[in-house]
Design a binder for this molecule. Structure first.
Ligand code: AMP
Ligand code: ZN
Length: 463
């Protein structure tokens, strides 16, 4: 039986889908104004493991990820500038709609390549906020019709009236009394209550007149608030009540809290049955950021000598519900472990059998709220168990969830600097300077490669 921790109830619950054998799954996607850093990518790895575990359990999954290309402002209090406009300025690009779309396309493309490198299965539906303006306007109309919205006196923006929604803040267990006006640095004076949020921004009411993406609407020309896109698109592709919604834990108090309020206000139905949230990638105990460090992209890790799948292995060593502290040293340890287990597996012979005992242990771990650290430890125990049969076929099944290419034979590309060291070592050996040759071998090892001397000459392997 699959158990998942539901943020709504703060409990591990047996998973029961709405329709038998089918799961509707929406994951909040990237804002495409910049590279997704490895912290963001941790959240998508978690979502993919969840999806793979569902598929492993025989469910057919319809998976939707959105692309935020409008409406995500720098401040969660609805006061900042659109992140896309800031990105145009940062990159010295013209402030036009065309260049904004190009920018979104560029970072969407990089994101898609990155998730491929991590063996993350693409969703069934990619949906862009700018391509669903009609659906967002329709949803706001329904919210307005049900009396959950009001128009700002000066701004003309459409706001969600949180005081009308009985259970506002249920997901985050917000203590609403603590949320008084002035609690945040800047509060929009049009709001009846500081926790109210914008459904539709009007150009008229915005200090950012240069906002590039604007559409006509019943409330004037403008653009949608950030939260409404996820409600409108998830409802469009998965229905008014669906099974699973994911995101990072930072989304609990505002983005997901607001998604629930506006969706349920519009439909009168429970929006999502299971909310799952991935904890942060941290650096020195704090969420990775420019100031704490650890704000790498996959490409930067590669440049520093770390493979994408070694990063994924590192992520899987901790439960998705716990923060994971990143450092290059921690990553290096994970990369060494990953290469070691791959090398062991690649030497194994296929006896065409399945090892039921280990497979059952593995299934128990993954079905216990995606306990991947446990699943990895079972894998290690299994490969080291000399008497255990059925290694190859069983690992093949396990790798449907890990997706770490455990059985993929790879030609290793040897970096130029390692090639040079190998050559230097060969020359030292020819001159019978074995002390120097050993020293070079150590140096090569420090960089993650081992040399085996064979009759045909030196053979190189990744550690
Ligand atoms: P964004 O592009 O800012 O909307 O973020 C994309 C996803 O990454 C969201 O689900 C965030 O919750 C998640 N996220 C942001 N920072 C981190 C972090 N340091 N660790 C894990 N997930 C994060
Ligand atoms: Zn979202």
């Amino acid at each position: 039986m699959l158990k998942l921790y539901n943020t709504l109830t703060r409990r591990k619950e047996a998973f029961k889908p709405i329709k038998p054998s089918y799961v509707g799954f929406y994951a909040c996607g990237p804002t495409v104004y910049w590279y997704q850093h490895i912290g963001n990518l941790r959240t998508y790895i978690f979502g993919d493991i969840l999806k793979r575990v569902l598929i492993y359990n025989g469910y057919k999954v319809k998976h939707v990820i959105n692309i935020t290309d409008v409406g995500h402002l720098t401040s969660d209090a609805d006061m900042g500038e659109d992140k896309m406009v800031i990105a145009l300025k940062r990159e010295g690009l013209p402030l036009t709609k065309e260049s904004m779309f190009k920018l979104a396309e560029k970072y969407t493309g990089i994101f898609k390549q990155d998730i491929k490198k991590l063996n993350i299965i693409e969703p069934d539906v990619w949906c862009k906020a700018t391509e669903h303006i009609k659906e967002q306007i329709e949803l706001i109309k329904r919210i307005e019709k049900n009396n959950y919205a009001y128009i700002g006196k000066k701004s003309g923006n459409v706001y969600f009236d949180t005081s009308k929604f009985k259970d506002y803040g249920r997901l985050a267990r917000l203590k609403l009394k603590g949320l008084k006006a002035g609690a945040r640095t800047e509060v929009d004076p049009n709001k009846k209550n500081p926790r109210d949020f914008v459904l539709w921004f009007t150009i008229k009411g915005s200090k950012f007149k240069e906002h590039l993406l604007k559409w006509p609407s019943p409330w004037g020309e403008g653009w949608p608030g950030w939260h409404i896109e996820c409600s409108a698109m998830s409802i469009k592709y998965l229905g008014e009540n669906f099974d699973i919604h994911t995101g990072g834990i930072d989304h609990i108090p505002i983005h997901h809290t607001n998604e629930i309020a506006q969706s349920e206000a519009a439909t009168g139905k429970k929006f999502v049955n299971y909310w799952l949230h991935g904890a942060f990638l941290t650096s020195k105990g704090e969420k990775v950021s420019k100031s704490t460090g650890g704000l790498f992209t996959l490409a930067e890790l590669k440049e520093a000598g770390y493979e994408s799948l070694a990063y994924k292995y590192f992520v899987l060593t901790t439960s998705y519900r716990n923060n994971l502290d990143f450092s290059l040293k921690n990553l290096k340890n994970a990369q060494n472990a990953y290469r070691r287990i791959k090398n062991i597996i690649l030497e194994l012979k296929d006896d065409k059998k399945i090892n039921k005992k280990y497979l059952q242990e593995f299934e128990k771990a993954i079905n216990d709220d995606l306990d991947m650290p446990k699943a990895l430890s079972i894998l290690w125990k299994f490969v080291r168990d000399k008497r255990a049969e059925g290694k190859i076929k069983t690992i093949e099944k396990m790798d449907k969830v890990f997706a770490l290419d455990l059985l993929k034979k790879e030609k290793i590309k040897i970096p130029e600097k390692i090639k040079k060291l190998i050559q230097e070592r060969e020359e030292a050996r020819k001159k019978k300077n074995f002390k120097l040759a050993d020293k070079i071998r150590e140096k090569i090892k420090e960089q993650g490669y081992i040399i085996e001397d064979t009759i045909e000459g030196p053979r190189i392997k990744k550690l």
